[in-house]
Design a binder for this molecule. Sequence first.
Ligand SMILES: [Zn+2]
Length: 197
Amino acid sequence: MSSNIEGGTGKAIRLTKGQAIKLTNTYGTQTVDMWALRAHDCSEYLSVEHTRRMHFNLFPTTGDLLYSNRRTPLLTFEEDTAPGKHDMLFACCDKWLYQHYGCAPGHPNCRDNFTAALFEIGTDAVHVPNPVNLWMNVPVTENAKLSLEPPKSRAGDYVVLRALEDCIVVFSACPMDITPVNGGNTPRAVAYELLPV
Ligand SMILES: [Zn+2]
């Protein structure tokens, strides 16, 4: 049975080694920031910097291992039905980004969602790592220029992530409503489901 993560909110979920989680982009337009932390020691976390180095790739693809800051494979990027890529270059949105855009204080943001989601399951992290931005479309063009485009994902596209260690995954259905990363739409719900081992 799947559960919803409402648009603009976050959720932390504990995975035991071998367990897989399916995350569905219900409406196809939603970018989801994703983190993973080692269950027994949150100072070890999925590191996009280390993962890029281990694969010599900017973006993750099906079958890739996602590595920690201590180069431990934490998750397998097991299935991916969407035609587009997933970003591993940009930091999550935070109150300072919305301040930069001139928003009033209190705009929901992925950084706060990360912290709140961990608090909800009784833990915390000293550091907010850079996330894997699922379905976030960041084309790299000439001279390594980056841009923010609407997701290429379609309603019902999903990813499956399998834990290679006991870990906590955190998802934030990004509250961004200024750039086109959520397809120009109001942030919308996504759904997750733990798969049978
Ligand atoms: Zn965000």
